[in-house]
Design a protein around this ligand. Structure first.
Ligand SMILES: Cc1cc2nc3c(=O)[nH]c(=O)nc-3n(C[C@H](O)[C@H](O)[C@H](O)COP(=O)(O)OP(=O)(O)OC[C@H]3O[C@@H](n4cnc5c(N)ncnc54)[C@H](O)[C@@H]3O)c2cc1C
Length: 520
């Protein structure tokens, strides 16, 4: 009997894995992972992603080895690898999940589909949870997603193996894989990969940290421990979304009233956003590189300010909270939602930078880079979706609210340690003589206080005015309806709240995933 090839992509687990169960039902299984050098040359990929992936793969290799069905690792271009395998042994079918990836991976998948057709191999792709391929509009999507989350988890199947005439290749190290980027670093404190750690994060969160979720997720001081920190594990599929949703539901059933239960409810509503956003990119993959609402074309494209971008990337915009966030990202590869939104808002409004370049840079900084969440979020925060409220975060006000004593900025920025409390939020306003006395003038990059390149209030006001001018154009207003039809949630106030079983009061407070004013 010919074996079935199970192609692992961003679904690195054996539990609740529809494609794996499907392959196992058909007979002997050949599990495959392809390390594609070209994927790692893309401008949204980074060494930290690859290192995290290899950690996940090593665990998966061990698990599959124990199950008697070893993982075959191959390095190369996907069609060339499939052809090599085909020549070594004809397989019956190819099975995988549906990947909502970047422009490159969509093109790769089209090439693989063509290869399959040329060889008469049937390729079955299973939906990734609630995300629907070729969806025309959002009618009924919410109910479909809820049904999908309620389905029983699939157990790890017995895996009848098929011996390969080829041996598995070693996972290449980064320098060998992408020699031109051999010296790229990675955040020293980034999370490590693998399902074992993912389960530890999940358990620790459900048992304890969730009690700090509500109220703890907005400030960068508390968010690192108050948030679940599951995002990189969800991005690589070490954990399936359904198992996290159901584990949370089970914990909610026994949590009783109080902070833990409230935290779990809020968390559950956030989980609903995962697929809601990925669905946006799946439905319109072009939003990775062009405005979702074409009426905003030309707004920022021809106005690139290289010195603004350089200051942002270097973490030297002069606004302490912004620069501290960049420093934390460099060290840990993670930031909480509110600070991500603020970073993009600062880039898109006062610094007037187009979201695409900023998005590529942030994709490399975020360990949890998930194209389907990242690009729709980038556009939403930059105001180019046409369907979301313009939300311009003022980094000085954010600092006053989220880090009133300056603990966070002083933790991450050496120059802020010398700044007296009275100048904490606007240190650039200190007279030069005082800066000199404090050693903040000409003390080298680490100690010299950066001065903002633009006047925050004025630049933000001008940016909003430019955006609103576009928004008011009749053609731009008219085009909004079609975007709403394709991408907006049909039940903004209630869907995630209903999933979370929250109180009517909480439901009233919720604004739905499209209006991210919701920071409970
Ligand atoms: C500009 C921008 C880019 C982003 N890029 C990514 C990305 O590449 N990958 C990514 O996973 N998240 C991204 N997010 C969403 C969010 O910031 C992260 O999911 C969250 O900070 C991850 O930490 P956590 O797992 O501890 O979150 P928790 O608050 O514990 O949430 C649990 C899970 O719910 C989902 N979730 C939470 N918030 C959101 C949200 N706003 N939108 C969609 N799903 C959400 C995620 O899967 C997350 O892992 C982005 C947000 C912004 C503003």
């Amino acid at each position: 009997m010919r074996p079935t090839l199970l192609w692992f992509k961003r679904d690195l687990r054996l539990q609740d894995h529809p494609a794996l169960c499907d392959a196992a039902r058909r007979g002997p299984v050949l599990p495959l992972f392809i390390v594609e050098p070209e994927a790692w040359r893309q401008p949204d990929s980074a060494r930290q992603h690859y290192e995290f992936l290899t950690e996940c793969l090593r665990e998966l290799q061990a698990e599959l080895g124990q199950a008697g069905c070893p993982l075959l690792v191959q390095v190369g271009e996907a069609c060339a690898v499939l052809e090599r395998l085909w020549q070594a042994r004809h397989f019956e079918a190819l099975v995988s999940h549906e990947e909502t990836g970047n422009d490159w991976s969509y093109a790769r998948d089209r090439a693989v589909a063509a290869w399959c057709r040329s060889r008469g191999v049937r390729w079955t792709q299973h939906p990734s949870h609630g995300v629907v391929r070729a969806l025309k509009d959002r009618d009924g999507w919410r109910a479909h997603w809820a049904d999908c989350m309620a389905r029983p988890l699939l157990p790890v199947p017995t895996l009848p193996s098929a011996p390969w005439p080829l041996s598995s290749q070693e996972l290449p190290d980064w320098a060998a894989l992408v020699p031109e980027r051999a010296h790229e670093g990675q955040p020293p404190q980034r999370q490590r990969g693998g399902r074992r750690l993912a389960l530890r994060y999940l358990q620790g969160f459900l048992d304890d940290r969730a009690a700090r979720y509500r109220g703890g997720i907005s400030s960068p001081l508390s968010a690192r421990t108050a948030c679940s920190r599951l995002s990189p594990y969800l991005a690589w599929g070490c954990l399936g979304l359904r198992e996290v949703v159901q584990a949370t539901q089970t914990r909610m059933d026994t949590a009783g009233p109080g902070r833990l239960a409230q935290g779990l409810r809020t968390f559950q509503s956030r989980l609903a956003w995962h697929d809601h956003f990925i669905q946006k990119l799946e439905s319109e993959p072009e939003q990775e590189w062009r405005n979702l609402h074409r009426g905003y074309d030309g707004l920022r494209e021809h106005d690139w300010r290289a010195e603004h971008f350089a200051a942002l990337q270097a973490g030297r915009t002069g606004w302490p909270l912004v620069d501290a966030c960049v420093a934390q990202l460099r060290e840990t590869g993670w930031l909480n939602f509110r600070m991500r939104a603020m970073l993009v808002s600062v880039a898109a409004y006062p610094l007037w930078l187009h979201w695409r370049e900023v998005g590529l840079w942030l994709a490399r900084q975020f360990l949890d880079y998930e194209p389907g969440i990242h690009w729709p979020q980038m556009q939403m925060q930059a105001g180019t979706t046409g369907i979301n409220t313009t939300r311009v975060y003022n980094p000085v006000k954010q600092a006053q609210e989220q880090d009133p004593q300056g603990l966070y900025v002083r933790q991450w920025l050496p120059w802020m340690q010398a700044v007296p409390d009275s100048w904490l939020f606007e240190p650039w306003r200190m007279p030069p003589a005082l800066r000199q006395r404090l050693g903040l003038l000409g003390g080298g990059q680490d100690l010299t206080l950066p001065i903002p390149l633009v006047d925050l209030e004025l630049a933000s006001r001008q940016a909003k005015a430019r955006l609103h001018e576009r928004r008011a154009e009749p053609a731009v207003r008219a085009a909004k309806a079609e975007i709403l039809r394709r991408h907006a949630s049909r039940d903004p106030a209630g869907w995630s709240a209903r999933l979370a079983g929250s109180s009517p009061g909480a439901r009233r407070a919720g604004h739905g995933p499209d209006q991210l004013t919701l920071e409970l």
